[in-house]
Design a protein around this ligand. Structure first.
Ligand code: ARG
Length: 273
């Protein structure tokens, strides 16, 4: 996967140099301005004082988070898990990881059940209303996974096709905004299985995860359409008002972007088959 690796390096360079924002033909919120709208809601702040950052994730999103026999945090492995561990270490703390459904992550954060969400989560205007986002650490885009012999070559070609997405992901929001009907699955693997079984024509999902699924399943390919799908930025979410933790996370992320740690992790996990 050398081609992907080179592209990834470019993408990462873009994250470092600019502050491009997310979505499908619509501008997202900017993580700085969302920080300014902080409310007095630091209920989860206490739990970080004991030296532990309790992260929440949904480990159904390779190469960012997946379950492995031996992961970097317990059985959790992936780019995000390595980043979470380093953020904690950088601040002399420990990283704890709780697994839950993607849809439940922001609610758990607002309830104070977890301190931070690290889940390949795209910054969106909507999400930034209820949580604060860290400095972005990765740029992605939505892509289409289709069968190798598919005639779908652009987002417009999805018209009249059976489209599969994952529930609550930005891919669902994009397809919804385009006005297409679709079926939403709980997991990316379920949507991809539907595709390989010929029960759906196209899966819309994040680029790096799509690359992983295409590498793991025969007969699939990726179709990109940068005019239809804009760049998205992944960031860590914390509760509004928990500025202390946000600062700790931001300084660690900035350091890891500068010293190349995040690019290295991305290359390492994207190349691993
Ligand atoms: N980037 C997409 C979003 O924010 C998908 C993230 C899915 N992440 C996960 N860990 N399941 O909606």
């Amino acid at each position: 996967m050398k081609k992907g690796t080179k592209k990834l390096a470019l993408v990462l360079a873009a994250v470092m140099l600019t502050g491009i924002l997310a979505g499908c033909g619509q501008s997202g919120a900017d993580s700085q301005s969302s920080q300014a709208v902080s409310a007095e809601n630091a209920s989860s702040a206490e739990s970080t004082q004991g030296g532990t950052i309790k992260f929440g994730t949904n480990p159904e999103f390779p190469p960012f988070e997946f379950v492995a026999a031996e992961g970097v945090i317990g059985t959790f492995d992936g780019i995000d898990m390595a980043i979470a561990k380093k953020i904690a270490e950088e601040n002399g703390m420990e990283a704890e990881m709780e697994s839950m459904e993607f849809d439940s992550l922001l609610v758990a954060l607002q309830n104070g059940q977890i301190d931070a969400v690290i889940a390949g989560m795209t910054i969106t205007e909507d999400r930034a209303k209820s949580v604060n986002f860290s400095t972005p650490y990765y740029t992605a885009t939505q892509v289409m996974i289709v069968k190798e012999d598919s005639d779908i070559a652009s987002a417009a070609d999805m018209a009249g096709k059976k489209i599969c997405v994952v529930q609550g992901y930005t891919g669902e929001t994009c397809v919804n905004k385009m006005g297409y009907s679709y079926e939403a699955f709980k997991k990316g693997t379920e949507a991809v299985m539907e595709l390989t079984n010929g029960k759906c024509d196209v899966v819309v999902i994040d680029s790096a995860t799509a690359a992983k699924y295409v590498a793991d399943n025969e007969g699939l390919k990726i179709v990109e359409d940068p005019d239809a799908f804009e760049n998205e930025e992944y960031a860590i979410a914390v509760a509004k008002g928990n500025d202390e933790l946000l600062e700790k996370i931001n300084s660690a992320i900035e350091k890891m972007l500068e010293d190349g740690t995040i690019s290295e992790l991305a290359v390492q996990y994207l190349d691993a088959e």
